[in-house]
Design a protein around this ligand. Structure first.
Ligand SMILES: NC(=O)C1=CN([C@@H]2O[C@H](COP(=O)(O)OP(=O)(O)OC[C@H]3O[C@@H](n4cnc5c(N)ncnc54)[C@H](OP(=O)(O)O)[C@@H]3O)[C@@H](O)[C@H]2O)C=CC1
Ligand SMILES: CC(=O)N[C@@H](CCC(=O)OP(=O)(O)O)C(=O)O
Length: 344
């Protein structure tokens, strides 16, 4: 059994890790932290987990306790993994970070977007960006994984088949993305109130969102050169889900895009290329570690529209983190992740 520690057990991604790991055949959660709920039984906070973690109580983050685990997930705000990852790695623990702390290769760029100095630039060279569909081999040998963000996962999976093949104009990409409210974390905020977010929809961070450099970094790797990307996130009245509508110019009308996407993801257990003409819904991925994609070329023109949906908490965070753990420890990549979506 893989001994698992989770730092940040009271947030949305922390409890999603617990939900997924409860069914994992090879992993056992030994430590879960919360500074605010120290001593509380996990099942007392989360009744849906009663019967699964009756032995487990929240404890304050402590390197000695976490250091007895085989792998530690960070489900914490930015900066926490910077402070603790180095010490844990030194004790031989593998670290899988769900925050953005190690996603950008460049420490200065990270500091610019996250408005604080990078807390562990010495660890950046060994951090592996945990998008299995691109970096599976590097993940296998890694000690430190940076799990991609939710918008970046949906956007990159939707666009990379067009960029890797050189088909899309890399200078004119557009990602028009909608997120459920849980993307903003479990902390109380006016913008997340039912009466605020439940009856409205809005764009935000149009001038520049911190996922822009992360998405750009991944797309540039796929394109093998610079990309021009417009990324506009929106907050929508649902609790979970990302819907990315992606636009790219593809001049070559002879290419069978459906076949291209099907071939690119033929061996991927968690990317579902839907039949031509499909309109994937976020409800069809709720609770499932899957990205469903549909590719359209309206009126046969040169503007291609890719629709990409994920659950922000599953393929967009905790499910992808468990997928990384499975690869890291040489397990079946699907272990603990094969449940279908909750809704049709
Ligand atoms: N929500 C989402 O859809 C996604 C989130 N992410 C990323 O995952 C991370 C967690 O997100 P989410 O679960 O939504 O966040 P939440 O705000 O819901 O939860 C944060 C957790 O971190 C703990 N925490 C906060 N500050 C510290 C600290 N200084 N030291 C130790 N623990 C701390 C909190 O517990 P306590 O204060 O009790 O210690 C809490 O359990 C974030 O970096 C987020 O950006 C990534 C992809 C998608
Ligand atoms: C709806 C909403 O607020 N979404 C969050 C992004 C989701 C997320 O947590 O991404 P990181 O892991 O990169 O922080 C936001 O826009 O900041």
């Amino acid at each position: 059994m893989i001994k698992v520690g989770i730092v940040g057990g009271t947030g949305y991604t922390g409890v999603e890790l617990l939900r997924l790991l409860a069914q994992h055949p090879e992993a056992h959660v030994e430590v879960i932290t919360s500074r605010s709920e120290e001593g509380l039984c996990v099942a007392d906070m989360y009744p849906n987990l009663r019967g699964h973690y009756d032995y487990l109580r929240f404890s304050v983050p402590d390197v000695a306790t976490l250091g007895a685990c085989d792998v530690v997930f960070f489900a914490t705000p930015h900066g926490v993994a910077h402070a603790l990852a180095g010490e844990l790695l030194a004790t031989g623990v593998k670290v899988i970070d769900l925050s953005a702390d190690f996603r950008l290769r460049d420490a200065d760029e990270w500091a610019q977007w996250y408005h604080q100095p990078h807390g562990a630039p010495d660890l950046l060279p060994e951090a592996v960006y945990g998008l299995p569909e691109v970096n599976r081999e590097a993940i296998r040998g890694a000690r430190l994984i940076a799990v991609p963000g939710c918008y970046p996962t949906a956007t990159q999976l939707g666009l990379i088949p067009l960029l890797e093949t050189g088909l899309a104009d890399p200078a004119t990409l557009i990602a028009d993305c909608k997120s459920g409210v849980s993307g903003a974390g479990r902390g109380a905020s006016v913008g997340s109130l039912l009466c605020e977010a439940g009856e409205s929809m809005k764009a935000y961070a149009v001038a520049g969102h911190r996922h822009l450099p992360e998405i750009r970094q991944g797309l540039q790797q796929a394109a093998g050169g610079p990309v021009g990307l417009t990324f506009v996130p929106h907050l929508t009245p649902m609790i979970r889900g990302i819907h990315a509508t992606l636009y790219a110019r593809v001049a070559d009308a002879s290419v069978d895009l459906q076949a291209l996407f099907e071939q690119r993801y033929a061996d991927e257990p968690f990317v579902d290329v839907m039949p031509a003409g499909s309109h994937p819904e976020t409800r069809s991925v709720r609770g499932a570690n899957v990205c469903r994609i549909a590719v359209h070329r309206p009126q046969g023109g040169d503007l291609v529209v890719v629709l990409s949906v994920i659950d922000n908490l599953t393929k967009g965070a905790s499910g992808q983190a468990v997928q990384n753990m499975n690869i890291l420890f040489g397990l079946d990549e699907r272990a603990g992740l094969q449940q279908p979506a909750l809704l049709p």
